[in-house]
Design a protein around this ligand. Structure first.
Ligand SMILES: [Zn+2]
Length: 162
């Protein structure tokens, strides 16, 4: 699997160009999303009061403002509705072209625009199946007292089911 992280910035952490969120519980109240990603799970929060399942996950329900939410699993396989490909001029941080994105129907749960990795130009078409792909991105330096520790991070995309 290719590494679509930000290796061009190897050893030079630049927060303004960082595409990926800080993921530890010190910074992020939805850090569990990333913990579950490491287990290969695609999760979000479900409101226990009104049943809403927003994505990305929230600490507060966007429909009824309740904080009574629980973590649930969503499908890790979806169906491509349409595809867009950038063959040149890929933004910094996305690695080498092509940069492929697709509108994906996640088994009726959600239709969303997501990056597709491990996919050549012209390979993906409407109706194809794609699955969750979790990959490592560069760690983020975090201060603990006088020490700086690199916190490992992951992010997600989808990839063609072969
Ligand atoms: Zn709600």
């Amino acid at each position: 699997m290719s590494t679509p992280g930000i290796s061009i910035l190897d050893g030079k952490y630049m927060v303004t160009m960082d595409l990926f969120p800080q993921q530890s519980k010190e910074f992020n109240q939805i850090y569990k999303f990333y913990e579950y990603l490491k287990e290969g799970r695609f999760t979000t929060t479900k409101c226990k009061d009104c049943g809403s399942e927003p994505f990305p996950p929230r600490v507060m329900c966007p429909d009824c403002y309740s904080t009574n939410v629980e973590w649930i699993d969503w499908p890790t396989i979806g169906t491509v509705i349409d595809v867009t490909e950038e063959a040149v001029g890929v933004p910094l941080g996305f690695g080498k072209p092509p940069l492929v994105h697709a509108l994906v129907d996640l088994d009726g749960k959600k239709t969303f625009f997501v990056r597709i990795i491990n996919c050549k130009t012209g390979e993906l078409k409407s109706g194809d199946k794609v699955k969750l792909a979790v990959f490592d991105v560069d760690p983020v330096p975090q201060e603990f007292g006088r020490e700086v520790i690199n916190i490992p991070r992951v992010f997600y995309a989808f990839e063609p089911v072969k």
